[in-house]
Design a protein around this ligand. Structure first.
Ligand SMILES: [Zn+2]
Length: 386
C-alpha cells in the first residue's frame, strides 16, 4: 500500500540541519504535519509540487522582528510581509511591554495566520517609537504584572527583552540588564539583550548573561564590539558562548558592521542565529529587505547553506521552545516549508554606518507553505500538471 498525503514536494534539494540532511529528497505532508517516506516507498499525494532545481527548507523563523502593527510606529503587518519571504514564524523582540502586551496579542498575534512569538520588554511601554527611547529605569519594572502575562500567554511569550544601548539607558549603566536578568530568574525565562553601543565594556555585559540568554546585534560596530585590537574575537565573548550564551546577528540597518562581521567569521565566530530586526522602515528596503536577503549576505560572506539555514530554523526553534516541532522536516513537525532558488547574482548592500557590501549569491523565494497550505507562490513557479 502506498504512503499517502495531501501534498508532495518532489525532487528538491532538502536542507534540514536539525537532522543533518542536505541532499535530494521528497517531502510529504499529511494534514498540517510532515510524514516520513521510507526509501523506495510508493507515495501518493493529492497535489504535487515539482521542486527539481530548488532548495527546500523548513519554514524560516525570523528571530528578531517588530510586528506590533497599530501599537508601535515601527510595526509592520506580518502575514503579507513575511510569508512571501519564506518566513512562517516570527519572533517580535520587545515591541510590547506590560502596558501593551494584551493589545499586541489581541490585535496582531491572535489574528495572524503565521506563527508569532514574542519577548516582552521590561520597560512597561515597550518600543512605541524610535523618536525617543523607552524608559528603562528598573523602578518601573513589575514582576507581578509580568508573571500574570506569562501565565496568560504561556505559548506565545518566550522571554524578556531589554535594550541596553547607551542612547536608551543613559545614566543607568548596566542596571537595566542586571534587573532584567533578575526578573528572568524569578520568571524562569531567557533574556534577550540589545547589545549595540552598550555603555562600558562588552566583557562586563556578557558576564551578566546566563546560559540561554541571547545577545542580539552581535556584530554591531558602535562602542565596545566583540573584536579586540588584534582583530580577534574577545576572549570574554568566546567564554560567554562556551557558557551557553546565544549570539544573534539581528543585523538591522545600523546594528551590523562589515569589518566586525568579517573579522568574527575569519576567527571562526559564526552567528548562532541569523535574523533581521525588521521594522516597517527597513522592510523591502535596500539595507535589510528581509530574511532571504540577510541569509544571502551571510552565504556571500562564506557561510555554508546548512550553517545559514540552521541559524534561521533549528536554532531559533529551540529558543522558542519548539525544537522538533518547527524548523525541521521531522515526522510530526508542523508542515511549514520555504522553497528557494539560489542564484549567482550580484547585489549591493549598504548600511547606515555608510559601509557597503557586494554579495554574489541570492536566495529568491519561490513558495511558502504554512500548516500544509500554500500561502505564497512566485508567479513563474508552477507545479506539475498545473
Ligand atoms: Zn529590535
Amino acid at each position: 500500500m502506498a504512503n499517502t498525503g495531501n501534498l508532495l514536494i518532489r525532487g528538491g534539494t532538502v536542507i534540514d540541519p536539525a537532522r543533518n540532511i542536505h541532499g535530494q529528497q521528497d517531502v510529504l505532508i499529511r494534514g498540517n504535519s510532515f510524514v516520513d517516506i521510507m526509501p523506495g516507498e510508493d507515495v501518493e499525494a493529492e497535489e504535487i509540487v515539482e521542486a527539481t532545481g530548488s532548495l527546500v527548507m523548513p519554514g524560516l523563523i525570523d528571530n528578531h522582528t517588530h510586528c506590533f502593527y497599530g501599537g508601535t510606529e515601527l510595526g509592520f503587518v506580518p502575514d503579507p510581509s513575511l510569508l512571501p519571504m519564506g518566513v512562517t514564524t516570527a519572533v517580535d523582540q520587545g515591541s510590547s511591554g506590560i502596558a501593551s502586551c494584551d493589545s499586541f496579542m489581541q490585535t496582531v498575534v491572535n489574528h495572524s495566520q503565521m506563527r508569532i512569538f514574542c519577548t516582552i520588554n521590561v520597560s512597561p511601554t515597550g518600543i512605541i517609537t524610535e523618536r525617543y527611547p523607552e524608559n528603562l529605569d528598573p523602578r518601573n519594572y513589575s514582576l507581578e504584572r509580568l508573571h500574570e502575562l506569562f501565565q496568560r500567554y504561556p505559548e506565545r511569550l518566550v522571554g524578556l527583552k531589554v535594550r541596553q544601548g547607551r542612547e536608551m539607558v543613559g545614566e543607568l549603566g548596566l542596571s537595566p540588564l542586571k534587573a532584567a536578568v533578575q526578573l528572568g530568574n524569578e520568571l524562569g525565562c531567557r533574556v534577550t539583550v540589545h547589545a549595540a553601543d552598550a555603555p562600558g565594556d562588552v566583557a562586563d555585559l556578557v558576564s551578566i548573561l546566563r546560559v540561554g540568554d541571547v545577545l542580539c546585534h552581535c556584530y554591531h560596530g558602535k562602542g565596545s564590539t566583540i573584536i579586540d585590537r588584534n582583530g580577534k574575537v574577545r576572549s570574554e565573548v568566546r567564554a560567554a558562548r562556551a557558557n551557553g550564551v546565544i549570539f544573534d546577528s539581528a543585523d538591522a540597518r545600523i546594528h551590523h558592521s562589515y569589518p566586525v562581521i568579517k573579522a568574527a567569521l575569519a576567527d571562526g565566530f559564526f552567528p548562532d542565529v541569523i535574523s533581521t530586526d525588521l521594522t516597517r522602515a527597513s522592510l523591502f528596503g535596500t539595507m535589510v529587505f528581509g530574511l532571504p536577503a540577510v541569509m544571502s549576505k551571510y552565504l556571500s560572506l562564506g557561510l555554508s547553506l546548512p550553517q545559514v539555514v540552521k541559524a534561521c530554523t533549528a536554532t531559533p526553534a529551540g529558543l522558542i521552545g519548539m525544537a522538533g516541532k518547527l524548523g525541521t522536516f521531522a515526522a510530526g513537525a508542523f508542515a511549514d516549508v520555504a522553497i528557494f532558488h539560489l542564484t549567482e547574482k550580484a547585489f549591493l548592500f549598504k548600511n547606515r554606518l555608510g559601509e557597503a557590501f557586494r554579495g554574489s549569491k541570492l536566495l529568491i523565494p519561490q513558495m511558502t507553505i504554512l500548516n500544509g497550505k500554500i500561502m505564497f507562490r512566485q508567479i513563474d513557479f508552477f507545479e506539475a500538471g498545473a
